[in-house]
Design a protein around this ligand. Structure first.
Ligand code: ADP
Ligand code: ADP
Length: 219
């Protein structure tokens, strides 16, 4: 589902964020991406969602060589990927329901179809009862679950998360990671970047380890 072949990324200022990174994540797999701050985790995720382009090497996602993807193909690619950020990026001027519905409105779903999918997504993260609330009224764990519902509402093939538990205590962090496992169990390919080794080593998934831009471990 995701393939990196000899991928390097050098930012304009001349800093090598990724150096000759190769790995394959098969459809239906779940893996953690770990390493210290600055190791290149965010950069790697950005290459998958086409927020950055590699300096050399090839990235393939859902059988599409991203280097050959035309401009018009980019929205389609983005629809097959769901992304969860550390700081939720929820909109505080609308309800939980409307936050989760946002990607569907952009994709042009009918209101009925969108409502059905939003409720299914909120149900999966255990927040159906809070659909009318403002995100600011929720706990940080609940806010993160809204972010996850929004990421999976259009049933992406690939779910990416960048430090999704960065602001949460260990108990809540584990609950969030269990949610990712649930989506993986029903077939979603999951890649979660986290520097929290004590948390992710408990979870017995594949671990890709980055150090100063190099992939030094695949355990
Ligand atoms: P991580 O997510 O593991 O903390 P990043 O991918 O954010 O690592 O960063 C890897 C390296 O690339 C760091 O040294 C960082 O400073 C640098 N970097 C990240 N984004 C940019 C950018 N837009 N421009 C220049 N350098 C960047
Ligand atoms: P455009 O706007 O024409 O799509 P970009 O600035 O996005 O061009 O990309 C510049 C060039 O970098 C592309 O022509 C392509 O050959 C190469 N490139 C971009 N993304 C990738 C990738 N994921 N893998 C390999 N090469 C890439």
């Amino acid at each position: 589902m995701i393939q990196f072949e000899h991928v390097s990324k050098r930012y304009d200022q001349g800093h090598d964020a990724l150096k000759d990174v190769s790995f394959t994540l098969n459809a239906g797999e779940m893996a953690f991406l770990t390493g210290h701050s600055g190791a290149g985790k965010s950069t790697l995720l950005k290459l998958i969602m086409l927020m950055e382009r590699p300096s050399s090497g090839q990235v393939t996602v859902a059988e599409q060589d991203l280097g050959r993807l035309s401009r018009s193909g980019i929205p389609y690619l983005r629809r097959s990927i769901g992304v969860v950020f550390q700081n939720h990026q929820l909109l505080s001027d609308r309800t939980v329901f409307d936050n989760v519905a946002l990607p569907l409105h952009i994709s042009g779903y009918s209101p009925e179809d969108a409502a059905r999918r939003v409720r299914a997504a909120l149900d999966k993260v255990g927040l159906l009862a809070k659909e009318k609330m403002n995100p600011l009224a929720l706990s940080s764990g609940e806010q993160q679950r809204v972010g996850i519902a929004r990421a999976i509402v259009h049933k992406p093939k690939v779910l990416l998360a960048d430090e999704p538990t960065g602001n949460l205590d260990p108990q809540l962090s584990q609950e969030i990671m269990r949610l990712f496992e649930q989506f993986n169990r029903v077939g979603t390919t999951v890649l979660v970047a986290s520097h929290d080794v004590s948390l992710i080593s408990k979870m017995r998934h594949r671990m890709l380890v980055l150090k100063e831009g190099r992939l030094i471990g695949d355990e």
